[in-house]
Design a protein around this ligand. Structure first.
Ligand code: FAD
Length: 394
């Protein structure tokens, strides 16, 4: 097949590294590899998110914590990100009567940070592209990988044109439903498991105050714990909060039970009474925004010889209740960089040690994330828990 316009000619390119997926981890990884002097080609399925109109305009945020900051510091961009991050020093719980209680995350001044997913991704792409030798190819979906021939099978999203692109060393950062991982799954003795929660999630919005300020405490992660489900909210720079409702797919109170705008308004008025008046777009958001599922993916090995390696969600997708998916993916970049420092371009050793070091940690955080759902939706509302936290806080 001939290359799509703008794509490199399909010939083995010596010393060029190849990445599939320019999400949070892929774009940071491109930066790390470029800073080590490698040329890097990145193939991303979506259009360039920096182009006008590329995203839906909704603010979606993530909690960035210590391991994530360390990875950003490693390429010297932590300070720039900190300027657009909002520190959250604790949780604020909203009970069913609208009463509030608080739990600090640590010592005064310690916290986790709310950052815009789109903003962070765009910034990382800009920085990666500014490095000599980094080439970003958007609208290029990896359909499959021929691991034996070391070739990507790509499809141009706009033209439908397909081509086979050789690679020497492939880094699969193409997310929870990774095409690179699917190819590895067909190799011998590859372990794979995926498990879904019976809960989905939906993103909703708390509006800014008329003066552009925040209608709830800005420096906190807000939780409406309701036993078997919950809503959370993280602050955005524009005064809004992005709320996420974690809710059963089926049952008495569930996505299935809320079918009309009246159902949604009645439910929120009954269960989240202090939030409802702050959510003028609630019913529009509820019926326009997708209901998404929550999956944990575990697999091993993450690499094939020194030829292919999975990182980020492609290697270890976890549920979001520990706020650690991106942070763990960023830490992958830190650890890979340390191994490159130690072993240079001995990719086989780098990849082998990487997976041995990372797998126990990412398995642990995957399990902690599932347990933390119970804590956030239920235990944080338990008065005994609050008392316990007070005693610990002394
Ligand atoms: P992704 O961000 O999924 O990026 C993958 C990229 O690959 C995408 O750009 C995609 O378009 C591209 N791609 C996919 N398939 C192909 C293909 N076949 N060919 C080419 N390109 C492809 N983590 C935190 O640390 N803190 C949080 O607070 C947090 N909150 C979360 C809240 C929710 C509701 C969810 C669902 C997750 C949350 N996470 C959080 C987890 C975090 O979103 C992920 O861990 C993180 O996005 C993983 O980054 P990634 O680059 O590995 O994958």
């Amino acid at each position: 097949a001939s290359p799509a316009p703008g794509l490199p000619t399909p010939a083995a390119a010596p010393n060029r590294l190849t990445i599939t997926g320019a999400g949070l981890v892929g774009s940071l990884l491109a930066l790390y590899l470029a800073r080590r002097g490698y040329s890097v080609d990145v193939y991303e399925r979506r259009p360039d998110p920096r182009r006008a109109g590329a995203d839906s305009g909704r603010s979606i945020n993530l909690a960035l914590s210590d391991r994530g900051w360390r990875a950003l510091e490693g390429v010297g961009i932590a300070e720039a990100v900190r300027e657009v991050a909002i520190p959250m020093y604790g949780r604020v719980m909203h009970d069913a009567h609208g009463n509030l209680s608080q739990q600090p995350y640590g010592q005064p001044g310690q916290g986790i940070y709310s950052v815009s997913r789109g903003g962070l991704n765009r910034r990382l792409l800009e920085l990666a592209e500014a490095e000599a030798g980094v080439r970003l190819f958007f609208g290029q979906q990896c359909l499959d990988v021929n691991l034996r021939q070391q070739e990507l099978h790509l499809r141009d999203i706009e033209t439908g044109q397909e081509l086979h692109q050789p690679y020497q060393h492939l880094f699969g950062t193409d997310g929870a439903f990774s095409a690179v991982r699917s190819a590895l799954q067909r190799t011998e003795r590859f372990d794979y498991s995926q498990s879904y929660l019976e809960y989905g999630y939906k993103e909703l919005t708390i509006a800014a105050a008329p003066d552009g300020g925040w209608v709830l405490e800005k420096h906190a992660l807000h939780i409406w714990p309701r036993g078997s489900y919950m809503m959370i909210a993280l602050p955005n720079l524009d005064g809004t909060f992005t709320c996420t409702l974690f809710f059963p797919f089926e049952g008495a109170d569930s996505f299935a039970s809320l079918q009309t705008p009246a159902d949604v308004t009645e439910f929120f008025g009954r269960v989240f009474p202090d939030a409802l008046p702050l959510m003028p777009e609630l019913t529009d958001d509820f019926f326009h925004n997708p209901t998404s599922s929550l999956v944990t993916v575990k697999c091993f090995p993450w690499s094939l010889e020194g030829e292919a390696l999975l990182l980020g969600d492609a290697a270890h997708a976890i549920v979001p209740f520990y706020g650690q998916g991106m942070n763990a993916g960023f830490e992958d970049c830190t650890v890979l960089d340390e191994l490159m420092e130690r072993h240079g371009a001995d990719w086989q050793t780098v990849f082998r040690e990487f997976q041995q070091l990372r797998k126990p940690n990412t398995d642990a955080v995957a399990d902690l994330a599932v347990y933390n759902f119970v804590e956030m939706r239920d235990k944080v509302a338990d008065p005994r828990f609050l008392l316990q936290k007070k005693i610990e806080g002394k």
